[in-house]
Design a protein around this ligand. Sequence first.
Ligand code: ADP
Ligand code: MG
Length: 450
Amino acid sequence: MHNNFQEIWQRALQKIEKTIPRESYLTWFSPLKLLSAENSEIVIGVPNGFFFEFLESHYKIQIEEALRDVSGGTLAIKFKIHQSEEEDDIQEAQPPQRAFQAPREGYVERTHLNPRYVFENFVEGDSNSFANAAALAVAEAPGKTPFNPLFIYGPTGLGKTHLLQAVGNFSLANKRAKRVVFVTSEMFMNDFVFSIKTYKTTDFSRFYRNVDMLLLDDVQFFQGKERTQQEFFHTFNSLHQVGKQIVLTSDRPPKELGDFDKRLISRIGQGLVTDIVPPDFETRLAIIQKRAEREGIFLPEEIAEYISQSIRDNIRDLEGALIKLIAYCSISNADLTLPVAREVLKDMIETSTMSLSIENIQQKVAGFYHVPVDLLIARNRKKEVALARQVAMYFCFELTNSTLKSIGVHFGNRDHSTVIHAKKLITQKLEEDPAFDAEISSIRNLLLSK
Ligand code: ADP
Ligand code: MG
């Protein structure tokens, strides 16, 4: 593809960026990628069908206008669904130039950092508060805390890359570090391989060993890549020796990094290793509400709850659900209501437990505690009844996709805060009382058995 087209596309993007709200630009335009261009047609990769439809119906004309303005001719635009990792985009965007050839003076500007990934946009909860605090500490005083390296691990979609980039964004913005480099482990490897091919390994080393902060994403990628690993080990040592900050992420803990050099694992262990686990309901709710707020979208409480309750262990999916819903509503001009949300998101939501109904749970839990079902629903304050009711509410919340409000309604028209309260009490009791934990497990088995 002609470099010219790449440039035209970039300039068109810059034009568009100036005319639409920042959040919309980041949401809809930053994931786009120029795939090919020939004669008078330009093909743009979009991440999924919703982007496709949304861009087609909302921004196509604007993009065509921008292209016409910068190219001086008429270019037809075509969208194509294209799945690729963000990191590919970055490399494609700057074809032959590798990170280590980039200018090194002054503050390295946005060294592959995404401005959206900042601490302000990161919602803290029990599941990530330690990692968040550690990240903030190193961002404030790079290389000057005992957290060097800082190693954050956990399953996909829980905010590792977000935190890693937040460290870099913070340190640059607050002038805590001059040369900040964020790279995925794959980019690091590509740079290294490229430097070997072009006999520029000295440049490579000089670049990577002269940063103030190295943010390396997904180091599990180095498994099985012996030479890159070796090179990384040297880079690591030379940075560490002079007190430069290193932050690493991985999808698994250090000791599970198969063939990693024992010395490297041991160095990592001398810093701080922390994990991120899936967020609880309240954190998921806060994340989704914050995201909607940032997008300038009014998200009814009920729907925010529905999404947060249905998608539990991946924040990327949680946000994906929100974007899908918004895109759907703007394309079809539908109101954002619960039935619409259920319909649109049905593919994303696990259906395994959906066959359980609230009534079902009420009956079985009442049976377990030898309490009549109607007492569960009535305003009865007897201790055994209250406990059975709370347990039933807890399971309705855990095992169905019903909203807090609708659970409340099924329990004698109680308020949704009563359901939250019940869920909190039970969760707390579970932590404190192993006998109760065993009791809840057996009820769970009872409910899930056919
Ligand atoms: P990982 O690197 O662990 O796979 P990411 O950092 O890419 O996950 O996070 C996936 C998405 O979820 C990103 O859009 C990120 O902004 C968002 N996200 C994750 N955790 C949080 C959080 N605690 N608060 C706000 N957004 C979050
Ligand atoms: Mg990541």
